[in-house]
Design a protein around this ligand. Structure first.
Ligand SMILES: Cc1cc2nc3c(=O)[nH]c(=O)nc-3n(C[C@H](O)[C@H](O)[C@H](O)COP(=O)(O)O)c2cc1C
Length: 225
């Protein structure tokens, strides 16, 4: 077992997208410490355009039901932001690689559509996590705000990892924004960009043995001069 708190490098090396959580809630003071520290991340012109909603308890359970119903209804997604890119080339290959890694550990056969759908729907059940975070910003900010929200959320994710707490970024939580928008009473000009399930990883769950690969340094970074 590693010793907590981890260093930043250890947290980067050890973090994984976790897709099966124990029901144990994260103590509120820990959540407050993590989010307070994450507020120190940089943002464009220090605009700090994020507003994160951490949903827990009975409200989280009710939201989960509503989301599973909506996502399982076959209705098309209606994201608040454009989130409909079709990956091509090497991006598509890596997308398939990530899916294959998850299906491999969870025993989902590639051609078993029903099993794939069940696996996908677990997104809207927050993978049984005790907390679901929704990252929102004003719609007009577009790409500029999205960069800042990504940096903020990664800060949260690493600060959780530092403390042995797991997370999963979820674009899926922005795909059917209706139920969360209603719960959070979001004004029209604010949109949900993405979400994140957070909590303690279930050490027994096959999904949490999923391991994804990365390209080497040469393929991703050019040192010039
Ligand atoms: C912006 C963003 C959105 C993501 N959306 C989802 C999602 O909706 N569902 C999911 O299971 N994983 C989602 N992921 C997790 C990625 O699939 C995962 O980070 C990638 O496969 C690499 O695996 P790793 O995080 O375990 O290293 C998302 C990650 C990011 C950064």
């Amino acid at each position: 077992m590693p010793e907590f708190p981890l260093t930043v490098s250890q947290a980067m090396q050890m973090r994984r997208s976790t897709r099966a959580f124990l029901p144990t809630p994260i103590p509120r003071p820990v959540l407050e410490e993590v989010f307070t520290t994450a507020l120190r991340v940089p943002s464009n012109c220090n605009t700090q355009p994020w507003r994160a909603y951490v949903v827990s308890g009975e409200q989280k359970d009710a939201l989960k039901q509503a989301l599973i119903e909506e996502a399982g209804s076959g209705r098309p997604p209606n994201s608040d932001f454009a989130w409909d890119v079709k990956f091509v080339g090497e991006h598509r290959e890596r997308q398939f690689g990530a899916a294959a890694a998850l299906y491999g550990t969870t025993g989902v056969e590639r051609h078993d559509r029903a099993a794939r759908q069940r696996s996908l729907l677990r997104n809207w059940g927050f993978f049984d996590a005790p907390h679901a975070v929704f990252f929102t910003m004003e719609r007009y900010l577009g790409m500029v705000g999205a960069v800042d929200l990504g940096i903020f959320a990664q800060g949260v994710s690493l600060l959780l990892a530092e403390r042995g707490i797991a997370s999963c970024f979820q674009g899926a939580l922005g795909m059917y924004p209706g139920p969360a928008r209603r719960l959070l009473a979001l004004p029209e000009e604010v949109g949900i960009l993405f979400g994140m399930s957070i909590g303690y990883a279930d050490p027994e769950a096959p999904a949490n043995r999923t391991c994804t690969e990365r390209v080497g340094l040469d393929a991703a970074v050019c040192f010039v001069g």
